[in-house]
Design a protein around this ligand. Sequence first.
Ligand code: DX5
Ligand code: ZN
Length: 216
Amino acid sequence: MKRIISPSLLAANFGNLQTDCEMINASEAAWLHIDVMDGTFVPNISFGFPVLEAVKKHCTKMLDVHLMIVNPEKYVERFAAAGAGMITFHQEATPHPLEVIEQIRKTGAKVGISINPDVDVQVLEPYVDKVDMVLLMTVFAGYGGQKFIPESYDRIAQLCDIIRRKNANCMVQVDGGVNVANAQSLFDAGVNVLVAGSAVFGAENPKEMIHQLLNA
Ligand code: DX5
Ligand code: ZN
């Protein structure tokens, strides 16, 4: 499967998002990762529809929206209308993941499901053949700039096993603490999509960093 880099907007310069969108457009990043936090599912609050709509105007890459919110079913259609090309929700955030998957499908957006590092990977078993992507958090959702949790490698292996067993072909995304030091081993472990916030936007040359991550 093709490698994808999805830089996380959370680490961008909010005073000038247009410039950062233009950098992404000119880069080898295929997607732009958009972290939506509600202050309830996670302690932090990030941004919502108006920011997503503004980014959609300037960014030519697919908007990979990561919902860290409770009751995702309340907002799926609005995120799709605001420009999301992929909508990823957390399994922990809803009692009805299958319904949310169907609901996202109906909007035409691609479907992702995610879990935090303390959730058993086995809970994903019923969903891997129904989604386009599984997002394994490699830090606890809520903040950028955290340290990668090394136990994540076992979790990636477990997930790849489930995907193989079920003959599914969903992508595997990881998010949190990704950088040039671990990018290669993550791809080798079976990850297809790397999210990187501080590694990209904190780099002296973000475009070059995206290139390095992709070719790690
Ligand atoms: C964390 C977010 C991440 C975050 C990653 O809750 O889901 O997407 O932006 O940031 P880094 O790459 O700095 O760990
Ligand atoms: Zn994220």
